[in-house]
Design a protein around this ligand. Sequence first.
Ligand code: 4AD
Ligand code: MG
Length: 442
Amino acid sequence: MSTNAVQIRDLTRHVGESVTLRGWIARKRSSGKIKFLVVRDGTGLLQCVASAKDVDAELFEFLGTPTLESSVEVEGVVREDKRSPGGVELTLQALRVLHLAEEYPIQPKEHGVDFLFDKRHLYMRSRTPQAVLRVRNEVIQACRDFFYERDFVLIDSPILTPAACEGTTTLFETDYFGENAFLAQSGQLYLEPACMAFGKVYCFGPTFRAEKSKTRRHLTEFWMIEPEVAFLELPGLLELGEQFVSYIVSRVLDRCRDQLDFLERDITKLEAIRAPFPRLTYDEASKILTTEDSQAQMREAGAPLFEHGSDFGGFDETILTAKFDKPVMVTHWPAEIKAFYMQPDADDPSKALCVDMLAPEGYGEIIGGSQRVHDHDLLLSRIEQHGLPVEAFQWYLDIRRYGTVPHSGFGMGIERCVTWICGIPHLREAIPYPRQIHRLYP
Ligand code: 4AD
Ligand code: MG
């Protein structure tokens, strides 16, 4: 077999030519005198047609044999066909079955979600996962390009770590040759030193949170992209965040239109995503959430009533973001409900110089970030207040001993971003093999 066989995506350039293609049988149907095979090769779908009067009887008979998802090689002439999905179809001349599939468990009917994800290794072949995972691919490439084009240096952070970054309640613990090690919740602590070395850095990798709740927004293993910049303060961080997200959305609009169309995503909603994004302080957001009207909505939905000083629940985020057609950046949160490393606001030290970016249409938090505490003694007292082991943080405190400067960064969960851009209801669809409290298989 040659490696440069034609791909379905490129067939419009081969109209009138005879080509050979390899793929899998996605669908088949027969109307007596005409047989249709729809072949999938990962780049698209191709309808292959044979009519009894044009092909020999033996081949015509044989076209009925391959089962769904059998791997095949087809040969035929490419014809323009405006009604076909890719604009072309194939007039079949030959078919070879490479492997005759056993009865395929995913049939063209409705299956339950649990069933589909038990069969994720096969479900990937279906059209919705194909569309979503291609958008994911584009989002990730856009993230990398964005930082590369702006001279950020990629610094890979470790996955096995001696200490917590985002609170001790969601740590996955492992036995590291008799010592405790934790799966990384974030690469941030390792990026801060790196930005003092390179100026602008980012990391991108899997992160782990032992989230015991089962929600559509939480995975136990997810991918996070995190920039960190020396001499950057909160206002600059907000600009970086809105530039970043606008760039990603425009790349997906540019290069994944077919996928978005297949997912029936409302494109106009994405076209509106252009910097600048609205900014709200926590107190301003809290005012919106405590109006009569908002509280009535919460009561009606049976959601917990928001109280000033607390974190936002899913429904609070929905109410807030419904007021904007762009992501909204909520800043200056009460320091006590945020992470130990966040720099206090000089004007009101009870508030942290931080940001949560909330996606529109009820998708909730996609980015969390802050300016970091850069004073040694303040950071030390924060580590102690949070009951974290000071010894394990000595290296991190070092950054505040040798030429400390203000610096800031954020993290964006790739799956949160993909879920929002695709307009799908659940994060599990946005990662190839989701890990959730009740899912470790396949
Ligand atoms: O807000 P978080 O917890 O922030 C951090 O981890 C910082 N250390 C990042 C930084 O400043 N470098 O998480 C950042 C983002 C969230 O906004 C969300 O998009 C995603 O990570 N995220 C999750 N995604 C899926 N499942 C979960 N359980 C997630 N928890 C956070
Ligand atoms: Mg957060």
